[in-house]
Design a protein around this ligand. Structure first.
Ligand code: UDX
Length: 452
């Protein structure tokens, strides 16, 4: 079996590496010459635990290759995975031009039966467009070659993508023929042997499943954030409430951690795209509109707490920040809450000193020299008026609080991820402000100023 992965971004690289890891011959394609040259030298464009080692290991074995030559990569392969980006256009819908271009290339260059699988997150109905584009190209060539299409959405989490691929909660396959279904069942056999299920359905349902899954998860987060804000006002503790509801098996204790809003490349984009799909079909997805609105508001919550703490005046205050990536184990800052928080702080005249274990280079693209960067988490605290934790990296969880207290101008911690224990923080003498627990009476202001 030979497979071709088109698009050597996050999904494409993880997919290619993991298939080659189980012995399959994989060719990864990308239009970005520079990226492919680097990959061929073993330079990986993204930070993902375990990915670099897996790629080089399989390149050395000769079963994982990188190329810009799509014509060659399409010829003679059994399965093609489309893993190119679908960036949102101005109105929030996914831009399909790259997906359709790959479909056209498949039609242009395939020379025998091929299964074309869409892995990129695409709106409902896209796989049919892929099919039409391939057909059109074959027609232009005046040739009849059998092919099938399938939809195989990915559910990888950044920072845990390898583990998610090797031991998936489930593999969803939307196939339009038994041949396509059998091919994909075969390909995924190494990953389903230990009871990880493969769920086969029609193509449209598979496309819908991806959006429904991400939208459901985003809904859980916005729901708990809304409840957390109310907890503060009524004097409840969101950690107790979270434990109280999470132990009900119907609700579950995962993905109900309050914070400063969801970010990343998937949730914001996918929620928007599903709302847009609803609109196209004249259906108003009211819950998802609220999910989005709450998330927008939540990204301003920590900044407002900082502003209120300092009586509305942040001019010349210095804020130390721990964590810039949208979540731990990644340098990804797409839609990260840190973007809005840091920009609001700067706009209000504050100085920002930031530390992140891996996202500093990425952060420089966003903030340039408007903030200062540190390679040591404690150094960022020197002469700062408070610490704000924006990402729950493990190394922030049990810091040396004595040093934190000594280095800060005053012992004030804003915890956007609720990683510290309220009573311990107060006992150590910190002013501790987190999400969904009102720890400082003077901050009990139901109306948050609109800042971000
Ligand atoms: C998500 C989905 O989990 C994955 O299945 C899909 O394929 C892509 O989108 P990812 O974006 O990598 O993965 O991150 P995830 O770990 O799901 O977190 C998304 C955001 O939600 C982060 O900003 C995170 O901080 C936030 N979050 C998550 C919360 O605020 N509370 C939670 O309880 C869980």
């Amino acid at each position: 079996m030979k497979i071709t992965i088109v698009g050597s971004g996050y999904v494409g690289l993880v997919t290619g590496a993991c298939f080659s890891e189980v012995g399959i011959d994989v060719e990864c394609v990308d239009v970005d010459r520079n990226k492919i040259e680097n990959l061929n030298k073993g330079i990986i464009p993204i930070y993902e635990p375990g990915l670099g080692e897996m790629i080089t290991r399989n390149m050395d074995k000769g079963r994982l290759r990188f190329t810009t030559n799509i014509a060659k990569a399409v010829k003679g392969c059994d399965v093609i995975f489309i893993c190119v980006g679908t960036p949102p256009d101005e109105d929030g819908s996914a831009d399909l031009k790259y997906v359709i271009q790959v479909a056209r290339d498949c039609g242009k260059y395939m020379d025998d039966y091929t299964l074309v699988v869409t892995k990129s997150t695409v709106p409902v109905g896209t796989s049919l467009k892929v099919k039409s584009a391939i057909k059109e190209e074959l027609k232009k060539r005046n040739i009849s070659i059998e092919f099938d299409i399938a939809s195989n959405p990915e559910f990888l989490k950044e920072g845990a993508a390898i583990e998610d691929f090797l031991k998936p909660d489930r593999i969803v396959v939307g196939a339009d023929s038994t041949r396509a279904e059998e091919l994909l069942r075969n390909l995924y056999k190494p990953f389903t042997l230990n009871g990880h299920p493969i769920i086969v359905m029609d193509v449209v349902s598979a496309e819908m499943t991806k959006y429904a899954a991400n939208s459901m998860l985003a809904t859980k987060i916005s729901f708990i954030n809304d409840i957390a804000n109310l907890c503060e006002i009524v004097g409840a503790d969101i950690n107790n409430v979270r434990n109280g509801i999470g132990s009900d098996g119907r609700i579950g204790n995962k993905f109900i951690y309050p914070g400063i809003g969801y970010g990343g490349s998937c949730f914001p984009k996918d929620v928007q795209a599903l709302i847009k799909t609803g609109k196209e079909y004249n259906y108003d997805l009211q819950v998802l509109k609220a999910v989005e609105a709450v998330n927008k508001k939540q990204k301003a919550v920590l900044y407002n707490k900082i502003l209120n703490y300092f009586n509305g005046d942040l001019k010349d205050k210095t804020i130390a920040i721990w964590g810039l990536s949208f979540k731990p184990q990644t340098d990804d800052m797409r839609e990260a809450p840190s973007l809005e928080i840091v920009n609001s702080l700067l706009k209000a005249g504050a100085n920002v000193k930031a530390y992140d274990p891996v996202a500093i280079n990425e952060a420089k693209h966003h903030f340039g020299d408007s903030i200062s960067y540190y390679s040591d988490q404690y150094e960022a605290l020197i002469d700062a008026d408070c610490l704000a934790v924006l990402t729950e990296w493990s190394e922030f969880k049990i810091p040396n609080f004595k040093i934190v207290q000594k280095l800060l101008n005053s012992p004030v911690v804003f915890d956007g991820r609720n990683i510290y224990d309220k009573s311990e923080m107060l006992k150590m003498g910190f002013d501790y402000i987190c999400i969904g627990i009102n720890t400082i009476k003077s901050l009990l202001k139901p109306e948050l100023s609109s800042a971000c």
